[in-house]
Design a protein around this ligand. Structure first.
Ligand code: NAD
Ligand code: IPM
Ligand code: MN
Length: 365
């Protein structure tokens, strides 16, 4: 019997709510194929602080190191917002775990089924066939990880600094991922930067031009400034196929892509590096792109699809179970098409809760 060994880090607020039903879906999808799930749950984020005094407990890191993949919920929220910044869940757990496993490539599939165009804030005429694109976000560099400091100046004013830093090699390795992704799709990459202002973006643009021409001349590479890209995403998202961009631009653009595709609650993600797991497949962390949604937590109404689709990405990338991954993705699509929808994508239709949504997906596996 094949066994899938992974770490489960549910996190905070809606994290545990959507994680619990995503595990039910995973179980229901893998059982008929004779696959056993061998997962270990661990605290992370606020749950780490509350239970073990630390956002990223050493025991959690060890559980992740011993696993073949990490299924992650989301972390942070008002309860821990008043802690010193360095101790808060996002900075003390999420960024360090990405760095620890060198998960430099964050793939966020922007997918809106044709049958769900009414859930997008865009007019259906603009997206008659739905939306299908991927945002490839650099995840372990840039302003998130550059030097930071705050100091009091001689005149008593206070100055805070975050440096945006990129090495050419870091840009090249994320381009590799974008190229590989584009080759499975439309052979089109749009590199998003701010080369009219930022030095890192000048290097980014030069490197993208040179690297794609040298290693994948068949790919159509375009460049776009990030402000224009944000506007174009709302005007005509289907002009994009693969977007490749640095860490912070990718964070912002992908939330916009999420809502244009219906809801952040549908937006999954895979974070990959060069590390291999015990199956000689990519080790990865799989998490919804959105956050802990404190405004709706505890009500049983969060959309579990992003977590469920992230679990499907884990099956595909870290366990090579493409067929089961596809089965889950199709079941999600079918459920939504049958008007089984949580409030965030209901748009006037009757809405159901997190558990009912998962049950509807399981029924359609
Ligand atoms: P958010 O993504 O949590 O919520 C933004 C909006 O989207 C809210 O209205 C929320 O209700 C809605 N939303 C998000 N996910 C949803 C879902 N599954 N179903 C239905 N609606 C959903 O962003 P925020 O409010 O800015 O952040 C809340 C906390 O989450 C913060 O502490 C933030 O740092 C953290 N966060 C964590 C991660 C992560 O762990 N990967 C990602 C983003 C934000
Ligand atoms: C995301 C989140 C994180 C990020 C935060 C919570 C640190 O917004 O995964 O998109 O900015 O990377
Ligand atoms: Mn984000």
């Amino acid at each position: 019997m094949k066994t899938l060994k992974f770490a489960v880090l549910p996190g905070d607020y809606i994290g545990p709510e959507v994680m619990s039903v995503a595990l039910d879906v995973l179980k229901a999808a893998t059982e008929p194929a004779g696959i056993k799930l061998d997962y270990t749950e661990a605290h992370v984020g606020g749950a780490g602080i509350d239970n073990e005094g630390k956002a990223l407990p050493d025991s959690t890191v060890k559980i992740c190191e011993e696993a073949d993949a990490i299924l992650f919920g989301s972390i942070g929220g008002p309860k821990w917002e008043n802690l010193p910044p360095a101790e808060q869940p996002e900075r003390a757990a999420l960024l360090p775990i990405r760095k620890h496993f060198s998960l430099f490539a964050n793939l966020r599939p922007g997918l809106l089924y044709q049958e769900l165009t009414d859930a997008s804030p865009l007019k259906t005429e603009r997206i008659p066939e739905g939306i299908d694109m991927v945002c490839v976000r650099e995840l372990t560099g840039g302003i998130y990880f550059g030097p930071k400091h705050t100091k009091t100046l001689e005149d008593g004013d206070i100055q805070a600094t975050d440096e945006m830093v990129y090495k050419k090699s870091e840009i090249e390795r994320i381009l590799d991922v974008a190229i590989a992704t584009a080759k499975t799709r439309g052979n089109k990459i749009c590199s998003v930067d701010k080369a009219n202002v930022l030095t890192t973006s000048v290097l980014w643009r030069e490197t993208a031009t040179e690297y794609v021409a040298k290693h994948a001349p068949e790919i159509e590479l375009t460049h776009m400034y990030v402000d224009n890209a944000a506007m174009q995403m709302a005007r005509d998202p289907n002009q994009f196929d693969v977007i490749v961009t640095e860490n912070m631009f990718g964070d912002i653009i992908s939330d916009e892509m999420g809502i244009v595709c219906g809801s952040l609650g549908m937006l999954s993600s895979a974070s990959l590096g060069t590390g291999k797991n015990s199956l000689d497949l990519p080790f990865g962390l799989y998490e919804p792109s959105g956050g802990t949604a404190p405004d709706i937590a505890g009500k049983g109404i969060a959309n579990p699809c992003a977590q469920i689709l992230s679990a499907a990405l884990m099956l595909r990338h870290s366990f090579g179970e493409n067929e089961i991954a596809e089965k889950i993705e199709n079941a999600v699509k079918q459920a939504v098409m049958d008007d089984k929808r949580t409030g965030d994508i209901a748009f006037g239709k009757p809405s159901i809760g997190t558990k009912e949504m998962a049950a509807a997906i399981i029924e359609r596996l």
